[in-house]
Design a protein around this ligand. Structure first.
Ligand code: SF4
Length: 333
């Protein structure tokens, strides 16, 4: 039996692509690439959407976590960034290459994706789709069932493994044709298009850029930190992150690494602030005043803010006034 490997994000396009190929009597196995930059509800780092979709489609799913690889790609993407910090072409070349290797391992004949010609500005233009195919070594192997009739035939079509006539010619940004097709095929288990990749989010991209500028040797933990709380640049070598709720406070605490300081106002409820980097003499007053501003002590003239170093447990207390709002705004990343 002919077998194909599908790149399954769990979004509507990839669900439809799999379904079109399954309906041709072809066996499909799915792969999903999950990373720290995903905004999806996460369970062990993989996308729930892909799991749900695979279950409903009745296909086997293998999840690859490529956070570290994507982190490397962001440093200097060969094909640059999209609108924000998203190196989409490099990212796809990487994942398609991995999928192609997996295809060989599993004895499959070709790859399928839910890509739609012209749907995304950077990675789904005709020229970039061609680059992705070439650089990932997937020439002739990459079938895009939703737009196939607008693209040159792939090997699977030429060899008659897939009936090209039953493939589609969808293009452009409107999702209407896909929604109509989903209705026709009785598919109602697709998520809203809101989720996705944090690298395309302007706020996250700003923090990412700040991190790369100030700490070129950033780690996965540094990236995880970007997803939590409010961020402030204290100096070229230090930044502060303030938790926005109890859950974030706990998250910050769990992400603390050697040398980090945790600030907390004494005698008042309020957030926890994590400081990473080198705090020069007396600079502890700055994160202490930021912490004071965000808690119940905001209107006090002066408060005591304690700090503790991770993991040594060394402590200190700074007596400070809550920071003025204007100064706070100026420090926000
Ligand atoms: S949006 Fe993010 S995950 Fe998707 S291709 Fe671009 S960089 Fe990769």
């Amino acid at each position: 039996m002919t077998k194909a490997i599908a790149l399954l994000s769990g979004g509507l396009d990839s669900i439809l692509a799999v379904r079109l190929i399954l309906d041709q009597g072809i066996e499909v196995e799915a792969v999903n690439f999950a990373s720290v930059f995903g905004t999806f509800a996460s369970n062990s780092g993989s996308r729930m959407e892909a799991k749900v979709a695979a279950e409903r489609l009745g296909v086997e799913l293998t999840v690859f976590n490529y956070s570290k690889d994507l982190m490397e790609l962001i440093r200097q993407p060969r094909y640059g960034y999209g609108k924000n910090m998203n190196p989409c072409i490099d990212c796809r070349v990487f994942t398609f290459k991995k999928a192609r290797e997996y295809m060989r391992q599993r004895g499959a004949s070709f790859l399928i994706t839910g890509e739609v010609l012209g749907e995304r500005p950077m990675s789904q233009r005709r020229d970039s789709m061609r680059i992705i195919e070439r650089d990932s070594g997937s020439d002739g192997l990459l079938l895009r069932p939703l737009s196939a009739k607008l693209l040159p035939p792939t090997v699977a079509e030429e060899e008659g493994l897939v009936d090209r006539e039953k493939l589609l010619s969808i293009q452009g940004r409107s999702r209407k044709p896909q929604i109509a097709l989903a209705r026709e095929l009785g598919i109602d288990y697709y998520p809203s298009p809101a989720g996705g990749c944090l690298l395309t989010d302007p706020g996250f991209a700003r923090r990412m850029r700040d991190l790369m500028e100030h700490d070129p040797n950033f780690t996965l933990n540094d990236v995880r930190l970007l997803k939590v709380g409010r961020h402030f640049r204290l100096s070229n070598t230090a930044k502060a992150i303030v938790g926005r709720n109890e859950k974030e406070n706990k998250k910050l605490d769990s992400l603390a690494v050697e040398g980090d300081l945790i600030f907390k106002v004494l005698g008042f409820t309020g957030p926890l602030t994590l400081v990473r980097g080198n705090l020069k003499d007396h600079l502890s007053e700055l994160p202490a005043s930021i912490t004071a501003w965000y808690g119940k002590a905001k209107n006090e003239i002066e408060v005591d803010v304690s700090y503790i170093e991770h993991p040594t447990g060394k402590t200190g207390v700074a007596r400070v006034s809550p920071l003025e709002r204007e100064r706070l705004k100026g420090l926000m990343i």
